[in-house]
Design a protein around this ligand. Structure first.
Ligand code: NDP
Length: 467
């Protein structure tokens, strides 16, 4: 009987794969699972890329002969370190820090830092691997990395956050640099944390360089960086809809999350005439049937800034309903934007979205849809924009922040947003170029993003010889 599941993992061999594609996929995945035990999210991220890239590599055998895929799935290096710090009760706390430097084939390592109690090495390997293709798609010269800590910023005082960030950076500083590795924020790492981290780096090195992005505007940050991931995601969805002669204007949009990405995805969707009806956090979701307004969104931004729960929204605006412990995918919509976290939209939720008439999905978060959920969207042939394309706007503006820092210049808001708009359009064009089915209008954005992202990095690796 044919093997359908990779040993010791939940990864499935794609049912359409035969012969060489099947054998190569199995060999690579067996290797990944055996070498990286207990890291299911990393296995999932690799499998999601191999689904598209294995057939491409089998058709372009120079990459196979040079073992580009075998090299790409192994990070350049992984750093794990202890972070000791003192809490407000003067008790010593110990956390673990990570930085996975995945690939610097096309530029310095680049990718965010996540502070969340659930993270492990596998989380950062999954995120760092995804970052390779995303950063390549931006058209900008940035390699891929990711890192962070199992530190939980929730409930910590400002002083505790500062002490943690300073201790974390004291170790991380020796591994990063403006031409080496340029971290940024992610879940749990916002403007405040980036500022503490940057301050400590500057103090340790006595150098003012663009070693982190997402910095405050006063000390080298770029305008639009805060908004970039959410805005970019909506621009990408707008491009997907325009490609099938539709518009986002007047569409009903369901969004998960209420953090940085969700807030600005909601803002841009509303600016473009859409009706955004949900937001969520890890406790539940709010449904605003008539749609959010900018004023209501400002309330959410202020609420989340002070660490509040989304539930508090309904006390202020009784027009909304709160659904405790639930995700928003049961609400009928035209467009779904998962903007919270990984694996937050599963097969049955994907089926429900399609059944309720959803025509486009744009991933604001990284890997928010499970493999089974992706299969539902692809089988239904709706416009499904994977995170490595749809949420690349954030890292793209980070790369523009690096450019402004190097030039010691500061571009205007309009200038940066115009560039964001054109970068998202270029990412969309690359997806169309590599994901279109000849003779049909359908675009498989998963294949498009994976193959376009892979090609540039693979060609750079070929040029360097065997490294
Ligand atoms: P934030 O920390 O600002 O917000 C995260 C949001 O997701 C919060 O609403 C949080 O709820 C919710 N959330 C977190 N964990 C869970 C969970 N397990 N279940 C349900 N909800 C959860 O992060 P960002 O908005 O910056 O990031 C969101 C996603 O976007 C992540 O996948 C990130 O990697 C990705 N991303 C972010 C970029 C950026 O520029 N910020 C760039 C590209 C991708 P609660 O408040 O309850 O914790």
């Amino acid at each position: 009987m044919k093997q359908t599941v990779i040993s010791n993992s939940t990864v499935q061999v794609p049912p359409t794969f035969e012969g060489e594609d099947r054998d190569y996929f199995i060999a690579l995945m067996e290797h990944v699972v055996q070498k990286n035990p207990g890291e299911p999210e990393f296995h999932q991220a690799v499998a999601e890329v191999l689904v598209s890239v294995v057939p491409y590599v089998n058709q372009h055998t120079k990459y196979k002969a040079a073992k580009i895929l075998e090299r790409l799935i192994e990070p350049d290096r992984t750093v794990i370190f202890r972070v000791s710090w003192e809490d407000d009760q003067r008790c010593v706390q110990v956390n673990r820090g990570y930085r996975v430097q995945f690939s610097n084939a096309i530029g310095p390592y680049k990718g965010g830092l996540r502070f969340h109690p659930s993270v492990s090495l596998g989380t950062f390997k999954f995120l760092g691997f995804e970052q390779i293709f995303k950063n390549s798609l931006t058209t900008l010269p940035i390699g891929a990395g990711k890192g962070g800590s199992d530190f939980d910023p929730k409930g910590k005082s400002d002083h505790e956050i500062m002490r943690f960030c300073q201790s974390f950076m004291t170790e991380l500083a020796r591994h990063i640099g403006k031409d080496v590795d340029v971290p940024a924020g992610d879940i749990g790492v916002g403007a405040r944390e980036v500022s503490y981290l940057f301050g400590q780096y500057k103090r340790l090195n006595n150098r003012f360089t663009g070693v982190l992005t997402g910095k405050g505007i006063e000390f080298g940050g770029s305008l639009i960086r805060t908004e970039a991931t959410g805005y970019g995601c909506v621009y990408f969805v707008q491009n997907m809809l325009q490609h099938s002669n539709q518009s986002i204007d007047g569409k009903t949009v369901v969004i998960s999350g209420s953090g940085n990405v969700a807030q600005y995805a909601a803002e841009k969707a509303m600016q473009l005439g859409a009706n955004v009806v949900t937001l969520s956090d890890s406790s539940g979701f709010i449904y605003e049937p008539a749609g959010f307004t900018q004023e209501k969104l400002e309330f959410v931004k202020a609420l989340k800034l002070k660490g509040g729960r989304i539930k508090a929204y309904v006390d202020q605006f009784p027009s909304a309903q709160y659904h405790d412990g639930q995700r928003p995918w049961s609400i009928p919509c035209d467009v779904a934007l998962p903007c919270a976290t990984q694996n937050e939209l599963d097969e049955s939720e994907a089926q429900l979205l399609v059944k309720n008439g959803c025509i486009a999905v744009g991933e604001g978060a990284n890997m928010p849809v499970t493999p089974e959920g992706i299969h539902v969207f692809l089988a239904a042939k709706i416009a499904y924009g994977p995170g490595k394309a749809a949420n690349a706007g954030g890292v793209a503006i980070s790369a523009l922040e690096m450019a402004q820092n190097s030039m010691r210049l500061h571009w205007t808001r309009d200038e940066v947003e115009t560039r964001l708009h054109s970068i998202m359009m270029s990412i969309h064009q690359q997806c169309v170029a590599f994901g279109s089915t000849p003779g049909t209008p359908y675009v498989n954005y998963v294949d498009g993003a994976n193959i376009a992202g892979f090609r540039k990095v693979a060609d750079a690796m070929m040029a360097f010889g065997i490294l």
